[in-house]
Design a protein. Structure first.
Length: 371
């Protein structure tokens, strides 16, 4: 496996073995000569949109305040100590999507989004920790990072942000454009802008098991089959009318214990759950769908929309919260599309009629575009 300049000369396997979930890694010039993908003005315009998740964090007179977007007006750039956070920039900008895809040595099922943080001088969001792994890429200006492996995750009470109360930094770095800092989950850190700066955060999904459990039970509700109805033909006169009898509990428990789930059930649930678009994601259908789709597909190929999440497991293919089982021949082209996020014209021309119909439906829905 080739070494990766993105990882400071480490191969992805070395990085995952020695650092992932374990300890921080400072990577000087992970992306040499890196320049911002968006101007501040373009980012400010994005924060005004309904379909973009954004937040404004200000720190005035020792008080933290958070305003959620859309943000029609921002403080002047000359004002110190404010930060704009724009989530999911990869959903709206090709360059941001391409940058995020450089981290696909981590599976798509874990890769979440690219957030851009713009801050004026001394701006930041206070000492905090993230529940997930994060890569912090400096895009413009300088930011000073203080980090520490604190075990005390007590938060400041009454704050609108999750600020650590007893943050004790152990290391300090100043990042220049192209530098990157990796932090494992729950590793305390505080970033402070030195002048105007922009930082790109590559984040990962790690849903709580409680959330997964609740969602799985809702998913399984559609497939549970328990025929019959409660009955008690041998009922005896009640001595204590308000008491639920042991016999009733035993009969209901026996029926509920018939509920079983298989590995296939879990695979389908996980695939649909992790490919489901966020509530803020909207797809744009083509203005005039093509009548001669197959011919154009063979010339231009097909590309997944940057908003589309496509996964697979075994015979099951998942796209934007939907799932279906694919035969061996169809699965080969569909998994290739999922892994490469595109098919060239020659490959696309060979797909089966079933896959062609699926691609055309996805094209009409805005899930894929012609290359």
């Amino acid at each position: 496996m080739k070494k990766n300049t993105l990882l400071g000369g480490l191969t992805p396997a070395q990085f995952l073995r020695d650092y992932w979930h374990k300890k921080p890694l400072l990577i000087r010039q992970a992306l040499p000569g890196f320049t911002p993908l968006l101007t501040p003005e373009a980012l400010f315009a994005m924060a005004q949109r309904e379909d973009v998740e954004s937040r404004l964090v200000t720190h005035v007179k020792q008080q933290w305040q958070v305003a959620n977007g859309p943000l029609e007006k921002l403080p002047p750039i000359s004002q110190k100590d404010w930060t704009l956070l724009v989530q999911g920039v990869n959903l709206h900008h090709d360059g941001a999507d391409s940058l995020l895809r450089q981290f696909r040595f981590i599976p798509d099922a874990r890769l979440d989004d690219l957030m851009i943080s713009y801050a004026t001088d001394t701006g930041g969001v206070g000492p905090h920790f993230d529940s997930c792994d994060v890569f912090l890429l400096q895009a413009h200006g300088q930011r000073r990072w203080k980090i520490g492996a604190t075990q005390d995750l007590t938060l400041v009470k009454g704050s609108s942000l999750k600020i650590l109360k007893n943050f004790v930094p152990e290391q300090e770095f100043v990042l220049e454009p192209g530098d990157m800092l990796y932090l494992p989950p729950q590793y305390a850190h505080e970033g402070t802008a030195i002048g105007e700066c922009m930082t790109y955060s590559i984040g990962f999904r790690a849903p709580p098991f409680q959330e997964l459990g609740e969602a799985f039970l809702q998913f399984m509700a559609d497939s549970i089959d328990l025929p019959g109805r409660y009955a008690d033909p041998d009922l005896k006169p009640a001595k204590h009318p308000a008491e639920i009898s042991r016999e009733m509990l035993a009969q209901i428990a026996d029926e509920l214990n018939k509920v079983r789930f298989t590995e296939d059930d879990i695979a389908i649930f996980v695939g649909e759950y992790l490919s489901e678009p966020k509530a803020s994601v909207f797809f744009e259908s083509p203005a005039r769908p093509l009548a001669r789709f197959r011919a154009t597909l063979a010339k231009r190929g097909i590309v997944l929309s940057r908003k589309t999440q496509m996964l697979y497991r075994g015979k099951h293919v998942f796209i934007n919260g939907e799932s279906f089982a694919a035969g061996r021949a169809d699965k080969a082209s569909l998994t290739l599309l999922a892994d490469q996020r595109q098919l060239d014209g020659a490959t696309a021309a060979q797909v089966s009629t079933d896959v062609l119909e699926a691609l055309y439906t996805w094209y009409e829905d805005g899930w894929v575009t012609l290359g």
